[in-house]
Design a protein around this ligand. Sequence first.
Ligand SMILES: O=C(CO)[C@@H](O)[C@H](O)COP(=O)(O)O
Ligand SMILES: [Fe+2]
Length: 228
Amino acid sequence: MAVQINPSILSADFARLAEEAKAVEGADWLHVDVMDNHFVPNLTLGVPVVESLARATDTPLDCHLMIEDADRWAPQYVEAGAGSVTFHAEAAAAPVRLAREIRAKGARASMALKPATPVEPYEDLLPELDMVLIMTVEPGFGGQAFLDIMLPKIRRTRELITKHGLELWLQVDGGVSASTIERCADAGADVFVAGSAVYGAEDPAEAVRALRTQAESVTATAAWACAH
Ligand SMILES: O=C(CO)[C@@H](O)[C@H](O)COP(=O)(O)O
Ligand SMILES: [Fe+2]
């Protein structure tokens, strides 16, 4: 199970998005945080910017939709060029139908859980997904402190994935850095979003490489990864 590092452009300079995307070439995906000022108390960007970014970089786009009415909007992000679209469980009225629609349009379908949302009620939905995102901060802002209390939820989600024999990716997002990534990897995460830890570094591409090396050093021997 390969480690993936996804820099979040939320911590980049929004006036230079194309250059900022190029600065992390070598990353697996570019994580694009879409916020609508309703689902979260912050406003970022929407479909037209995603369309432009998709043209500006060869790195595939991992769109994290922190928006209400995900059922209506998520498919438009696939059309805009996203390779992976994550909707929040708390914002989707019909998550199974939505995941199927995202896949049918040609993108990977992913579902995110806010810190207070348990994973167990969604166990039967996991086969409909390509990735689960466990938020390790309250969504809305970059640069927040990692919530250690999410580690058991990451572990539990990995157990459910293994129990069902699924090839699901398990993403963590929020406060992921050199000091927290190893704990996330040990708990079962294999896709790591990092905003401030990458764009706040002097050399963002080198920060991506260093985070990858750290995560790989853990997954090489982690019990959950060896079970595959
Ligand atoms: O979705 C979000 C925040 O809601 C994230 O993607 C952040 O952008 C991650 O930033 P850092 O915590 O890594 O600085
Ligand atoms: Fe995000």
